[in-house]
Design a protein around this ligand. Structure first.
Ligand code: ZN
Length: 414
């Protein structure tokens, strides 16, 4: 094909995505999520277990994978939850890339952190680490100290503060103690039991430092950063856009430590944490952010944001950006060398990007069923023009041409 003027990159691999099917298909489904992925240059996307029924058993895992096989435009897998520990070995044998644990439970809402998935008990966490260790797969944890968060949020509510800024500030009390204490505990469990720990969405300076130390000691620890931390998250945007920008509040000095962590390899992968919710669900957050779901859609736009904010903004070179979004996710989750690289013998998962073209993000252009983007009105340089999955176009000349059912399960090869 004629690729003059375009960058040819290995397709992006998103190892942290919420596709909402089954159970929450009013806001997203496998078809719409993988359409957004194809348009965003994402050739493999991995779903999370907080669907209904939650993915905790082999039966549910295989059931959801069958839905993907029928509906997905791009390659896929799914991280089950290890909360039914007797199922863990079977799930690993069936091809799970990792096991997702939420340390958070929702206090005024029932989703996305639904009852039955949250693990806030240290003994239960220990048994999960013990169960996952022999599989050789990672425990991926959303770190959160629920007991501390309960206290912090009650203080805000007692003062009558319920809005987006209160929510953003409550989570970050004492410079992120809710996250830092959780990660410290997880790292201690990792050291004691020896299970591979993958820490999700780092959002504090201290957590980057803790992971950096653990890696320097040669321990099996990997970590993730999300789009909302790098491309959203500043106080002014939360003030202006409220629930549409949350996510998390990430102050400028913390953002700088995240970029530094990416550059020195402390942070391994960019996961989107693609979190589609409808605006009808999000916007009541202006009154009470605890009642509205957090998280924002990302799949379609994060490649452009990474090239614009990350590469054009001078935080990373192009190599580092591609490592973060494709090569490292493949390496960490055992998909390399089939994925995450352009070489003979690898899958021809490619995204061709026009680095000079400019995109204006608009809600109306969102392919996610939720129908909006947190970047509405913003622009970025770096636009996916074509996306190929295993040698076949799924997106061509900025038009979707992929078909449901083309996507295949991406199994660990190592
Ligand atoms: Zn998530």
């Amino acid at each position: 094909m004629d690729a003059r003027g375009l960058l040819v990159l290995p397709g992006f691999i998103d190892t942290h995505s919420h596709h909402r099917e089954p159970g929450f298909t009013h806001k997203e489904d496998i078809g719409t999520a993988t359409r957004a992925a194809a348009a965003g240059g994402v050739t493999t996307t991995v779903g999370m277990p907080n669907v209904n029924p939650p993915v905790t058993t082999l039966e549910h895992y295989e059931g959801v994978l069958q839905l993907y096989a029928r509906k997905a435009l791009v390659d896929f897998n799914l991280h089950p939850a290890p909360t039914v520990v007797s199922e863990v070995p079977r799930l690993a044998s069936a091809g799970a890339l990792g096991f997702k644990v939420f340390q958070i439970v929702d206090t005024k809402r029932s989703y996305p952190h639904m009852p039955g998935l949250g693990v806030t008990n240290a003994g239960e966490m220990l048994e999960i680490f013990e169960a996952v260790k022999p599989t050789g797969r990672p425990v991926m944890v959303h770190p959160h100290n629920q007991e501390l968060m309960d206290r912090f949020e009650q203080r805000y509510w007692a003062r009558g503060e319920h809005g987006p800024l209160a929510y953003a500030a409550a989570q970050r009390e004492y410079d992120g103690l809710v996250w830092n204490t959780a990660i410290q505990f997880l790292l201690q469990l990792q050291e004691a039991v020896g299970t591979w720990l993958h820490v999700l969405h780092l959002v504090t300076r201290q957590s980057v430092e803790m992971v950096r130390r653990a890696k320097a000691e040669g321990r099996q620890v990997t970590s993730e950063v999300n789009g909302f931390s790098l491309f959203l998250g500043d106080w002014e945007t939360i003030e202006r856009n409220g629930p549409r920008a949350l996510g998390r509040w990430v102050p400028p000095d913390v953002k700088e430590s995240l970029w530094a962590g990416i550059r020195d390899g402390t942070i391994d992968v960019l996961g989107t944490d693609h979190g589609p919710h409808t605006l009808e669900e999000k916007l009541p957050g202006w009154q009470d952010m605890w009642k509205a779901p957090s998280a924002v859609p990302q799949l379609q736009d994060y490649l452009s944001k990474l090239l614009d904010v990350g590469v054009r903004g001078g935080e990373l070179n192009l190599d580092q950006a591609v490592r973060l979004a494709s090569y490292q996710p493949a390496r960490v989750f055992g998909l390399y060398p089939r994925k995450g690289t352009i070489e003979i013998g690898a899958d021809a998962d490619l995204v061709l990007v026009d680095p000079e073209a400019e995109i204006e993000f608009r809600d109306e252009a969102a392919l996610s069923k939720c129908g909006w983007t947190p970047y509405h009105g913003q622009t970025a340089h770096g636009v996916p023009i074509h996306t190929l999955v295993r040698g076949r176009f799924v997106y061509r000349n900025r038009h979707l041409v992929g078909e449901p059912g083309w996507g295949r399960m991406a199994r660990p090869t190592t």
